[in-house]
Design a protein around this ligand. Structure first.
Ligand code: 4BW
Length: 145
C-alpha cells in the first residue's frame, strides 16, 4: 500500500509532494509583451508569476510592481510601453528547487519569497511551491506532535 502525504513524517516529505503542478500555475513566456503579462497577473489575481522559455524551461518571474515601474514616466504612465517591451527585458531572476529536494530546502526558499519554482533534472518547469502549502504542513505537524 502506498504512503499518502498525510502519513509521511516531516523529514520524509519532498518538494514534489506539496507543489502546485505546472498545468495549474499561471505563467507567461519570455517573448510575451508586458501587456499580456499584466493581463495574466490581473486576471489570475497573483502578484507575480513564473516566466518560461519556448521549451518550458524556467527563465525568471514577473510581478505587477516591475511592470508598473517600467511604464512610470516623469509625468504620466507611459502605457504605450506595455506593447513595446517584452517580458524578458524586465523580468526578475528567480531561484528554483529540484522536485526531489526535501521539504526543508523549499522552506528555506520561501522565507524571502512568496513562492519558489520547482524544476526537474534537465531544468524543465514542473510547478511551484508556495508559502501557503508549507505553512499548512507545519500547522498539521504542530497539532500532531
Ligand atoms: O487566486 C487566488 N486563490 C487563492 N486560493 N489564494 C490566493 C489567490 N490569490 C492570492 N491568494 C492568497 C494566497 O494565500 O494570497 C497569497 C499571496 O498571493 P500572491 O503570491 O502575493 O499573489 C497567496 O499565498 P500562496 O498561496 O502562498 O502563494 C504565494 C505566491 O505564489 C502568490 C503568487 O505569486 C504565487 N502563486 C500561487 N499560486 C499560483 C501562483 N502563481 C501562479 N499560479 C498559481 N496557481
Amino acid at each position: 500500500m502506498s504512503m499518502t502525504r498525510e502519513d509521511k513524517q516531516l523529514e520524509e516529505i519532498m518538494v514534489a509532494d506539496l507543489m502546485i503542478p505546472s498545468e495549474k500555475v499561471a505563467h507567461v513566456q519570455l517573448n510575451n509583451p508586458l501587456e499580456h503579462a499584466l493581463l495574466v497577473l490581473i486576471g489570475s489575481g497573483y502578484f507575480a508569476v513564473p516566466v518560461l522559455d519556448e521549451s518550458n524551461k524556467l527563465a525568471g518571474s514577473i510581478s505587477k510592481t516591475v511592470i508598473l515601474d517600467q511604464i512610470l514616466g516623469n509625468e504620466r504612465y507611459e502605457v504605450e510601453r506595455l506593447s513595446q517591451l517584452k517580458v524578458h527585458e524586465v523580468m526578475d531572476k528567480i531561484v528554483s528547487v529540484p522536485h526531489d529536494a526535501p521539504l526543508i530546502d523549499g522552506l528555506k526558499a520561501v522565507i524571502d519569497e512568496p513562492f519558489v519554482c520547482v524544476v526537474d533534472e534537465p531544468g524543465y518547469f514542473v510547478g511551484i511551491l508556495t508559502r501557503r502549502a508549507i505553512l499548512k504542513v507545519l500547522k498539521r505537524e504542530y497539532y500532531r506532535r
